[in-house]
Design a protein around this ligand. Structure first.
Ligand SMILES: Nc1ncnc2c1ncn2[C@@H]1O[C@H](COP(=O)(O)OP(=O)(O)OP(=O)(O)O)[C@@H](O)[C@H]1O
Ligand SMILES: [Mg+2]
Length: 293
């Protein structure tokens, strides 16, 4: 039985009278890859930062392994959109810094072995002793990913990690990420603007309606087989159903499901919590099966 690793309950963020989002509820299962999609400004990065413990919500709770998240911790690894490497350190030193913070008692050789293992996983061994300024954007992004993986976090948080990359590099790194996640059964929460990326990587896709007062309006279950490949994705008829559903959401429903404009909202309300997102599964049916989480 898969276990729930993370619970997000009634999360809200306000700046004065402005409500960015509220009533955000979802869970992450151990080993699950979840993507979140929504228009710019709806609060995705804020939610990720709250999960990382880098920002405080105005109300609501985040629990990880039954403990409330109250600040940053090394059981959570974050990859930011800009890679956020220390420019004066080499690749090896950047990652060693993170590894040493996680395991201060480790010997030098042990730290270096850990660094080399994860640098090799992202295919960057030849660049071990280079500084960030000597690397391409894609390579820097891979260093950021290696660094997050090297601390072996229970949850990986990725904020549009491939947004700035060209399509070819992005594809290569997506493949690497899929391989590493399959090998390590990593739990991942990732923000993306790219519906194809979400379909390739995610087990479930959270769709955020527009703000103000944004919320997770739908949760789409990715029913395609988990060993899906980027190259053959588009040969699977399910792919188009899911893709159309996501694009329709972004083009239309993200606005119509926006707060106060959704009379068709599911009536179920957990005590003290806002309405629960609709779960959509598009496996073999011409029209989506709808149920409520
Ligand atoms: N200090 C602040 N005061 C008021 N509003 C703020 C402040 N900081 C952020 N916001 C608002 O919070 C909202 C959510 O920002 P966030 O960065 O989480 O959005 P996002 O969904 O990640 O967007 P994007 O897709 O563009 O990255 C934005 O609409 C922004 O205007
Ligand atoms: Mg953002």
């Amino acid at each position: 039985m898969p276990t729930e690793l993370v619970q997000i309950q009634g999360l809200a963020k306000r700046y004065g009278d402005a409500i960015v989002f509220d009533g955000v509820n979802f869970t992450l299962t151990e080993g699950e890859f979840v993507c979140i999609i929504g228009h710019s400004g709806c609060g995705k990065t804020t939610i990720l930062n709250v999960l990382a413990g880098l920002e405080q919500a105005s109300s609501g709770h985040v629990f990880m392994a039954q403990r409330e998240v109250a600040g940053p911790g090394l059981e959570r690894g974050v990859v930011f959109q800009g890679h956020a490497l220390m420019p004066w350190l080499t690749v090896r030193q950047n990652i060693a810094f993170a590894v040493r913070s996680k395991w201060p008692e480790w010997k030098r050789e042990q730290i270096d072995a850990q660094v080399q293992k994860y640098v090799a996983l992202v295919g960057l061994s030849p660049a071990l002793d280079k500084k960030p300024s000597q690397l391409s954007g894609g390579m820097k992004q891979r260093v950021g990913i290696a660094r997050a993986f090297a601390i072996e976090p229970r949850m990986l948080l990725l904020d549009e990690p491939f947004g700035a990359l060209d399509a070819l590099t992005r594809g290569t790194i997506q493949d690497e990420l899929l391989k590493i996640c399959a090998a390590t059964k990593q739990t991942v929460f990732m923000i993306t603007h790219d519906v194809d990326e979400a379909i390739l990587l995610a087990d479930r896709i959270l769709l955020m309606a527009n703000g103000p007062q944004a919320r997770v309006a739908e949760i789409v279950v990715n029913t395609m087989s988990r060993d899906r490949q980027r190259a053959s994705l588009h040969h699977d008829p399910q792919y188009y159903r899911i893709r159309n559903h996501l694009v329709d959401f972004l083009v239309e429903r993200s606005a119509t499901l926006s707060h106060g404009r959704a009379p068709e909202l599911p009536p179920e309300v957990r005590p003290g919590l806002a309405p629960i997102a609709e779960v959509v599964s598009l496996e073999t049916h011409p029209t989506p099966i709808r149920s409520h989480a």
